[in-house]
Design a binder for this molecule. Structure first.
Ligand code: SAH
Ligand code: SF4
Ligand code: F3S
Length: 442
């Protein structure tokens, strides 16, 4: 057996699935550079934080971590800040945290190997801060697929939408799609690695444009769903402006495409959507929901909402609540508006007090909880296919997920010998606002 590498690294990841998957690629790259991953900062030579700056709270986390572990830099430990805060703050991070040796945004990860070697050679201020002009995607053969049951594939990077509140177009650079051929090659590799579930990733997956012009997004979805060995295909996040009927038709036609669409609305008020520069009205959004509601199999719909965007009146907020009632979402990620650097909305003056934002958030979550309670109750008595994601030992339950992306916890006899990535037929016996409970059908 080969001796395990002496050089070690620790990585902590914040933010969205794009970041989670970037970290898989970063881990793979570091392993190819002769490093071994460890579980604690204390025993690592290299400490990486893959950061998120979508809201101020997310951004502050990395600075707290850096402050907590500053003392360890005296032992020769090297620190690197990657991801969206790195791109947003750039060299300013060196001023705020002088013990950091590397600051690199996602658009420059293809140079990660050489950046790490530069740190090893004692360079104190290594940067990878390619700007919005980059045309490159980060494709690597070294991806360390650390998720036990889901193979991630990035199909489109960056964003050109420039919603007034959002940092992503600045932190992740301009929108660029991979060729559908290379996506399909990677899908086959993911199957070879033992996965049956694939999640296609992009800030706006459905703005996908095949650079070779071979396949539309819906055609790519169908093609991935038909790769032999694939049982489930998920995709996030879809943008309402680019959401075509053909996506619904693909879900109807290809059984492997999961019956779930995450379609962030942000607000139910056309007036607020306009100021947010979201590029659709309430009516256009609801038209797309209508396509899904009329689909041949039930499609679960989830969304993101921002409350307290500058200028949001009580009436605007009520329109968001009425939209929740109308769509009957299966899940809502709701956030209080957070002012972000360099965004157009940073200059808007009519800010809503923090207390009022909190009130709106609480009212919205309460309303949504009741909707989910009703939706989930409809599943009681059904037999659903759950993919095993893990086990809750305290409760002696398996944790599974349905095609509709709902958590389904269930009991199974020991001889079922389940493990992550397997499928089980489960009868739903009880429902809760955020999960279902059941028992395996034998
Ligand atoms: N590309 C996706 C969203 C990515 S960001 C889309 O366009 O829908 C994930 C979510 O974070 C957003 O949907 C939004 O609800 C939230 N978000 C983004 N910027 C925010 C901000 N400045 N304050 C609060 N929430 C924000
Ligand atoms: Fe941000 Fe808007 Fe782009 Fe989504 S579409 S990543 S919210 S700018
Ligand atoms: Fe955060 Fe960047 Fe993702 S800001 S949500 S990690 S794209």
């Amino acid at each position: 057996m080969a001796a395990s590498p002496a050089k070690t690294f620790y990585i902590e990841t914040f933010g969205c699935q794009m970041n989670a998957h970037d970290s898989e690629k970063i881990v793979g790259t570091l392993i190819s550079e002769g490093y071994r991953q460890v579980d604690t900062v204390e025993v690592a030579d290299l400490v990486f934080y893959n950061t998120c700056s979508i809201r101020d709270k997310a951004e502050q986390k990395v600075f707290h971590r850096l402050a907590d572990f500053k003392r360890l830099s005296q032992q020769g430990k090297k620190f690197g800040v990657l991801g969206c805060v790195a791109q947003q703050e750039g060299r300013r991070i060196f001023e705020r945290a002088p013990h950091v040796s590397l600051v690199a945004g996602s658009a420059s990860y293809r140079n990660l190997g050489s950046m790490v070697r530069a740190i090893e050679h004692g360079h104190e201020r290594v940067t990878g801060l390619d700007d919005r002009e980059t045309e490159e995607c980060f494709e690597t053969e070294f991806t360390a697929r650390t998720n036990p049951h889901r193979g991630y594939i990035t199909i489109i990077e960056g964003c050109d939408k420039f919603c007034a509140f959002c940092v992503v177009p600045y932190t992740r650079g301009k929108e660029r799609s991979r060729s559908s051929d290379s996506v399909l090659v990677e899908a086959t590799r993911v199957v070879d690695a033992g996965y049956t579930e694939i999640q296609l990733l992009g800030q706006n997956v459905n703005s996908y444009k095949d650079p070779l012009g071979k396949r539309t997004f819906a055609e790519l979805l169908a093609a991935v769903g038909e790769v032999p060995g694939i049982r489930r295909v998920r995709f996030i996040t879809s943008h309402p402006r680019d959401f075509g009927r053909d996506i619904v038709e693909a879900i109807e036609a290809v059984p492997a495409l999961c019956d779930h669409v995450h379609l962030p609305v942000q607000s139910g008020s056309t007036q607020v959507l306009g100021v947010m520069q979201r590029l659709y009205t309430r009516e256009q959004y609801l038209e797309r929901i209508g396509w899904m509601k009329q689909a041949k199999r039930p499609i679960s719909i989830t969304t993101d909402v921002i409350v307290g965007f500058p200028g949001e009146s009580e009436d605007d907020f009520q329109q968001t609540l009425s939209l929740l009632d109308e769509v009957e979402y299966d899940g809502v990620f709701a956030f209080k508006y957070s002012t972000r650097p360099n965004t157009p909305a940073q200059k808007y003056l009519d800010h809503i007090p923090e207390q009022e934002k909190s009130r709106r958030l609480a009212v919205l979550m309460e309303r949504q909880r009741a909707i989910q309670e009703r939706n989930n109750a409809r599943h009681v008595g059904e037999v659903l296919t759950a993919m095993v994601e893990g086990r809750n030992e305290t409760r002696q339950q398996w944790v599974g997920r349905t095609s509709q992306n709902k958590i389904l916890n269930f009991a199974a006899p020991a001889e079922a010998r389940l493990r992550a990535g397997q499928y089980a037929e489960v009868r739903v016996t009880r429902s809760f606002p955020n999960s279902l409970l059941g028992e395996v059908v034998v």
